[in-house]
Write a protein that binds this ligand. Structure first.
Ligand SMILES: [Fe+2]
Ligand SMILES: [Fe+2]
Length: 130
């Protein structure tokens, strides 16, 4: 993960960069069917776990109004990630699965980069001035 995406909340930065690391592994052209299945599950589950932990971190820190709006954004991610995962599951040919796996990787990367830079940065700023 590029340095400019670091928000200064150590645990969240660690989780963000792990998502990028999994997405990068998903692009390995040598992956066989089982590895592809494992990695898409790892990617989607880890990303979802991050969103949950971020939400509870915001709750614990009392950012309730901020959290209400932030959850709406996270839910959009959850829905779209689930759609791509279903497309992957429903694809019959291995090369079609590979396309959906790459789509999942790009979706996670693009969505996160924008989300971290705009939205997560907002709570980082609030937490740091608390
Ligand atoms: Fe977030
Ligand atoms: Fe985040």
């Amino acid at each position: 993960m590029e340095k400019k995406y670091i928000i200064g909340i150590a645990e969240m930065d660690k989780q963000h960069s792990k998502i990028f690391e999994i997405a990068e592994r998903a692009r390995d052209p040598e992956l066989d069917l089982v590895s592809m299945q494992n990695i898409i599950v790892e990617l989607v589950n880890y990303a979802k776990k991050h969103l949950e932990e971020e939400e509870s971190m915001l709750r614990i820190n009392g950012l309730h109004d901020f959290l209400t709006k932030h959850i709406v954004l996270h839910n959009q991610f959850r829905e779209q990630a689930m759609e791509i995962y279903c497309d992957f599951r429903n694809a019959e040919e291995i090369e079609d699965k590979r396309i959906y796996l790459h789509k999942a990787a790009s979706f996670c990367e693009n969505w996160l980069l924008n989300h971290i830079d705009v939205e997560d940065r907002k709570y980082a700023k609030i937490l740091k001035t608390k």
